[in-house]
Structures are given as structure tokens and as C-alpha cells.
Ligand binder design. Structure first.
Ligand code: SPV
Ligand code: MG
Length: 293
């Protein structure tokens, strides 16, 4: 069953030495690029998927829309897919439905954050609010009660530093979520210094893995974060941002030059596109199964 396979692979990745490094993607092509680059897993990013649909990362898309993308990525790669499930799409009942659906889709881990529904992306200023600790602990317990196989990981994402509630609150929440059954906690932060995350890691004493997302505090390396105690590092949106920059430059150059000769060396050849699509396998299958005359 794919759900067990992906979740077991993620648990194995946690057992290996060094940081578990995962990359954000919003479609199977992106997931395959992460796999080829050598990442340990794929982050089914709410920001990336929302942006790829041209809408804000604010629970505008429905759970079903986000799930369809996560499922398509899990089907396209052997890597485990860690799904960003925002605030769980509602209350504890919604979370239970969500967990059953994501588990059946072959997802290795689900991450939910302690914000009210509808959430707003952590880096958008304003409306960064938290739900009460016990309400979110109830959602974590509901998620654990809903899973059908023990391997699925439930990651509790703490937004206290994003919302400006401080380190003590972040730690208090992390402890409460672990008590509720979380398999890992994700401590998120904004700002360009890794210092708050390093402090959190230093003060984190529980034997439950900590996940970090160095989007704005990007000078710190994955190895440095790992040495400080982080087990998983998520490069959540660099792929999306790279493609926005590359496509914008390419489109501008085509209009400027009136042809594509100048940019040909910097765009992927069609052979690479075919390779990523699995055209070789298509041809093998044709040789095997099409009864040509
Ligand atoms: C996402 O990728 O949707 C995330 C990570 O939640 S971030 O956008 O960095 O908050
Ligand atoms: Mg998100």
C-alpha cells in the first residue's frame, strides 16, 4: 500500500545520520526534480500550490484541491511526501477526515499549524493569530486517533514565534503538542537571523524531532541546524521562486531578442523534458504491449 511505503521511508530517513532535507514542490515535475537533486523527501507546499493556482496562501484552495496535488506527487516519486495541511481545514473533525484522506493518498507525514482557519501564510504581515493550546492539542490527538497505520507522522507546527508570542510560549506549545501525541514539532520563524531557532533547539529537551524551515534565515546551513538539534530541514519554496525568476527572464529575453537562440543554452532541452516525463518507459511499454503489424 503506498501510504505505508512512503511513511516507512520517511521513518527510515529519520533513522539515518544527518539532517533529513526536503524540498517544496507543487506538482509531480517539481517532485521529480527534488528526487533527482537528491533530497530525502518532498514538501507539498501550501504556498507553492496556492501560487501555482494564482491565489494567496490563505485557505483559498480547498482540502480536496491541495490533496489532489499531494497525491499526484506521491504517485510520481519514490520519495516520501510531507504534506503541508495548513491549519487542518477546520476543527478536530475536519482534521480526522483530512488524515484519513492523506494517508490513503500515500502521504508520509501531515503537518498542521496552530493557527485559526482560514490561515494566512506566515510571511504575510497581519492576521498572524494562534488558537488556544488545548484546542490545537485536541486537533493533534484527533489526527493521531484517525490514522490507520502507525507509520504516518503527524507534525505539529508551532506559529508562536511568527505571531510574536515569544519563546516561552513556543516551548510551552511544543510540549503540549508532544503530550497530545505529535510525532514531531515544526518551529517556524521569520526574520533573517537563525538565532530564535537556535535558542528553541537549545531549549528543546524532549526526544521528539524538531523540523525547521530556513526561508528567511537562510545563511545557516542544514548541517549547522542539524548540529544544533534539528532533524528535518524544509526548503519550502526555493523551487517555486527559482522558476518564477527563470521563466520571467526567459520570456523577457524572447520578446527582447525576437527569437530564442540567445536563451537556448540556458533552458532545458526537450530531451530533458521527455526524460522527466518518462517517455523512455512509454516506449518500452509500447514495444511490449502494442501489437504492431
Ligand atoms: C509552505 O510552504 O506553504 C509553508 C512554509 O507553510 S512557509 O511558506 O515558509 O511558511
Ligand atoms: Mg504552508
Amino acid at each position: 500500500m503506498p501510504s505505508i511505503r512512503g511513511a516507512a521511508r520517511l521513518r527510515q530517513a529519520f533513522d539515518r545520520p544527518g539532517p533529513v532535507r526536503i524540498a517544496g514542490a507543487h506538482n509531480p515535475l517539481g517532485a521529480r526534480l527534488a528526487e533527482r537533486a537528491g533530497f530525502d523527501g518532498v514538501w507539498s507546499s501550501g504556498l507553492e500550490i496556492s501560487a501555482s493556482h494564482g491565489v494567496p496562501d490563505a485557505d483559498i484552495l480547498t482540502m480536496s484541491e491541495l490533496l489532489a496535488v499531494a497525491r499526484s506527487m506521491a504517485m510520481a516519486v519514490d520519495l516520501p511526501v510531507v504534506a503541508d495541511c495548513d491549519a487542518g481545514y477546520g476543527n478536530a473533525n475536519n482534521v480526522m477526515h483530512m488524515v484519513r484522506q492523506y494517508e490513503a493518498a500515500g502521504i508520509a507525514a501531515v503537518s498542521i499549524e496552530d493557527k485559526p482557519f482560514p490561515k494566512l501564510n506566515s510571511f504575510v504581515p497581519g492576521r498572524q493569530e494562534l488558537v488556544p493550546i488545548d484546542e490545537f492539542a485536541g486537533k493533534i490527538a484527533a489526527a493521531k486517533a484517525a490514522q490507520s497505520h502507525p507509520d504516518l507522522m503527524v507534525i505539529a507546527r508551532i506559529e508562536a514565534l511568527i505571531a510574536g508570542w515569544g519563546m516561552a510560549e513556543a516551548l510551552r506549545r511544543g510540549h503540549a503538542y508532544v503530550e497530545a501525541g505529535a510525532d514531531a514539532v515544526l518551529i517556524h520563524a521569520k526574520g533573517d537571523s537563525p538565532e530564535p531557532i537556535m535558542t528553541f533547539l537549545q531549549r528543546w529537551r524532549l526526544p521528539v524531532p524538531v523540523v525547521v524551515v530556513p526561508t528567511t534565515y537562510h545563511t545557516v546551513t542544514a548541517d549547522e541546524l542539524h548540529r544544533a538539534g534539528a532533524r528535518m530541514v524544509i526548503y519550502a519554496n526555493q523551487g517555486l521562486r527559482a522558476s518564477i525568476a527563470a521563466v520571467s527572464e526567459t520570456f523577457a529575453a524572447i520578446l527582447r531578442d525576437g527569437r530564442t537562440t540567445e536563451i537556448e543554452p540556458s533552458i532545458a532541452p526537450l530531451s530533458t523534458v521527455f526524460d522527466l516525463q518518462g517517455v523512455a518507459r512509454l516506449q518500452e511499454q509500447e514495444d511490449r504491449f502494442l501489437h504492431r503489424r
